[in-house]
Design a protein around this ligand. Structure first.
Ligand code: KDG
Ligand code: MG
Length: 412
């Protein structure tokens, strides 16, 4: 099982995706997701120029050794570009190994610890009627746990609200929010912390009144609060029993969560922008979080995310693997195999991809009554249709950014 070919495939069916495809001398293929939203071509260059030449001729079975070799031999460790590239190689090698074994990947990771993975979707609306409608649509799709994001009075446009265009383009079935917009410049959104802090508890009160106490509800702050503001928000949301409050403070500062934790029992999730176990060292050891949000795609693949989650498991911290549409079906499938196998699975984020994406990436994972399952196909269960992929060339797209009323750039 020698790596014979390594191709980096960029395709943009509904959005940009970067995929690494490895082929062995005995004809096995493996796929890895290397999509880094808004900075895709940096990972393409890292893979094509610096990693692919190192892979050819290597034993595809030596997954841990290849991981350590790519990570340590670079000397310049960590970071989203490096870790997405390492992740893509890692997942492609796991795909190959599982195909060689004739088993779905989760079997190699220890076998199933559950029958399916509880998933949450993204309901959103500019106002309450739109939001309630979106919650109902998610329930019709089977979702048993729902993230709630709304507009804030006085703000034109903020993170997490599905646009009407997305809604219509997807015929009301796949109506997920896609923040990266195609074009030469990022879109500008606006932000006002005081209005947000006043508004959000009223939204959750209304949602609880409408949908009852049992429905698991989540909310994403997207890194926009200071520790004391986040503490206040967590406290004010306690009556509404959130499943989690996500990314309440900027992720760079692990210590910020100490203050938040001292003031609220609302469960905390963080880590979609983290890429190594060292980003979690303090917050796991001090038990400052309840859910790990890293993705397979951005945190060094199955090999490294499993290490993060095993470390977290010692502190009763569970997985909440990142699964927006910028994680490709390849990254999603890898997450499902890992989630099925580990003991400390918490919940899986699941935004459905568009139909064109599903044509490019043929998947074996299933969605049934609110639960995901990776399927039984050997490997990770995703194949890439190169003819379909070739129809959709890369298109420049950026995530938006925020400005305050006085023009100051704020966390988005
Ligand atoms: O590329 C950015 C998205 O992945 C991010 O905005 C999605 O915060 C997100 C989430 O929780 O899914
Ligand atoms: Mg998030």
């Amino acid at each position: 099982m020698i790596i014979d070919r390594a191709e980096v495939i960029v395709t943009s069916p509904d959005r940009n995706f970067v995929t690494l495809k490895l082929t062995t001398d005995d004809g096995l293929t493996g796929l890895g997701d290397a999509t880094l939203n808004g900075r895709e071509l940096a990972v393409v260059a890292y893979l094509r120029d610096h990693v692919v030449p190192l892979l050819l001729g290597r034993d595809a079975g030596r997954i841990e050794d290849t991981w350590q070799f790519l990570y340590r031999s670079a000397y310049w460790r960590r970071g989203p570009v490096t870790m997405a590239a390492v992740a893509a190689v890692d997942v492609a090698l796991w795909d190959i190994k599982a195909k060689a074994a004739g088993m779905p990947l989760y079997q190699l990771l220890g076998g199933a610890s559950r029958t399916g993975l509880l998933a949450y979707g993204h309901a959103s609306g500019q106002d309450l009627p739109e939001l309630f409608d979106s919650v109902r649509k998610h329930q019709e799709l089977g979702y048993k746990a729902i993230r709630i994001q709304t507009g804030v009075p006085g703000l034109k446009s903020i993170y997490g609200i599905a646009s009407n265009a997305t809604f219509e383009a997807n015929a009301g079935v796949r109506y997920d929010h896609e923040p990266a917009q195609r074009g030469p410049q990022p879109a500008e959104e606006d932000w006002d912390t005081r209005s947000y802090l006043r508004h959000v508890p009223t939204v959750f009160e209304a949602v609880r009144n409408e949908f009852g106490p049992a429905l698991p509800l989540l909310h994403d702050v997207h890194h926009r609060l200071s520790p004391i503001q986040a503490a206040r928000l967590g406290k004010s949301l306690e009556p509404y029993d959130l499943f989690w409050l996500e990314d309440c403070t900027p992720a760079e500062n692990q210590e910020a969560l100490r203050l938040v934790r001292q003031h609220t029992t609302t469960p905390l999730a963080i880590g979609e922008v983290f890429n190594t176990v060292w980003d979690y060292q303090q917050i796991v050891r001090e038990q400052l979080i309840d859910y790990v949000r890293s993705s397979v795609t951005h945190a060094g693949g199955v090999t490294h995310l499993k290490k993060i989650l095993d470390y977290a498991s010692q502190y009763q911290i569970k997985s909440g693997i990142h699964g927006p549409t910028d994680i490709s079906p390849v990254g999603m499938a890898a997450a499902l195999h890992l989630g099925l196998a580990i003991h400390n699975f918490g919940i899986q984020e699941y935004m459905m991809h568009g139909e064109r994406t599903d044509q490019v990436f043929r998947q074996s994972f299933t969605w049934s009554d609110g639960f995901l399952h990776p399927g039984e196909r050997p490997g990770i269960g995703v194949e890439l249709d190169t003819d379909e992929a070739g129809k959709y060339p890369y298109l420049q797209a950026y995530l938006p950014y925020n400005r305050l009323a006085d023009g100051t750039v704020h966390d988005w």
